[in-house]
Design a protein around this ligand. Sequence first.
Ligand code: ARG
Length: 470
Amino acid sequence: MTRMADNKKSQKGNKMWGGRFAAGPDAIMEAINASIDFDKRFYAEDIAGSKAHAEMLGAQGIISADDVKALLTGLDQVLGEIESGTFAFSRTLEDIHMNVEARLAELIGEPAGRLHTARSRNDQVATDFKLWVRGELDRTMEALADLQRALVVKAEPHAATLMPGFTHLQTAQPVTFGHHLMAYTEMFERDRTRFGDARARLNESPLGAAALAGTSFAIDRDMTAKALGFDRPSANSLDAVSDRDFALEALSAASITAIHLSRLAEELVIWCSAQFNFVRLSDGFSTGSSIMPQKRNPDAAELVRAKTGRIIGAATSLQIVMKGLPLAYSKDMQEDKEPVFEAFDALALTLAAMTGMITDLTVNEDTMRAAAGHGFSNATDLADWLVRAKGIAFRRAHHITGALVAVAEARGITLEELTLEDMQGVEPQITKDVFGVLGLENSVESRKSFGGTAPDNVSQAIARWKERLK
Ligand code: ARG
């Protein structure tokens, strides 16, 4: 990094735009202005965009066929140099666009100077960045599908495994562990389609918008759009170079996914505590303590939970960069890249870690079942039975059940351990068939309403998802 100490002016003007400048930039200027340290990350997209542009210029007769050939060969050579690590990136050349073009000039001479006809770095960077974000959206959708598959595989043998369902993290009603995991499959499906929606809106090509106003050359924007896999060229040149909502939308979708991941991560942390002991994370996804030999820490789950902060921070950061920017391009927008890189790196890692944790997870069925029987989780079943079997209004049934819970609680027993006499002392209408609804299996089996936790429902949902995620 260039520091204050060597703050002297470079003697040479910039090769790319230096025509009207007598002196080169101040060293501090170069340090604040250069983006090459991070935008080199989309060199492949930059070169793909340049190749599409060169071919279009040739097809439109704007440059000669020989120039096109030279440009394509040269661009491939630059690509090879970057990929083999022999390319010398220069901060004086500011960014990836000018680094590539300058090297191209060294390699092929004169024709390199024709590549930038009818193009500006403004439409170029918007194109590159869109291509890069599009690739990340596709990779994220794949990673989400992997996680969904892992959840379905883990849920399948546990369609009927009892666990306590919670509200307020207080035992509420028994559910099945399969049902709980499948809740996340639904969540991650919304996430996956959210990335798909973002992709569809992103997929218009900015290339050919030039600096901001379009160009006087007879370019063919449909041709470049098609070559780069875009659905169509964007319709307004000012919008094309100035908008970054595709990045904001990608970051928003990433934030929501990260929030979902953090919720599952938090549950894993709770479930593998000694107090809960519902699940065991594999050795591969746990760490020990350097001082407490008994510890198995769920570090991966904690870090998944924590990375949400980084991802939401990135979304917030770009929102604030974009807020209030006048049309069209402003250099502020160079600050769009790092938050997106950071967020998608973190998201890819957390998705992979979560998929690994779920795949390896082992389930302590006995502990979960025992916990499902605590906390009067069958109280609603009792109240529902009073409504169904005895025609009592739900509000009164709720009250009666509350009184029975109080009796059982005072004696330190469960509802099904009360005698019929105990129950009739509270509500004379209660008959012995009440005991048929108090078992946990009976409770979950009765929740047959669409989307409910009945094991048959859960198995059907698992089968549907298996088919869908093939
Ligand atoms: N490095 C710049 C960016 O990332 C490229 C566009 C520069 N355009 C300009 N007019 N200076 O945004």
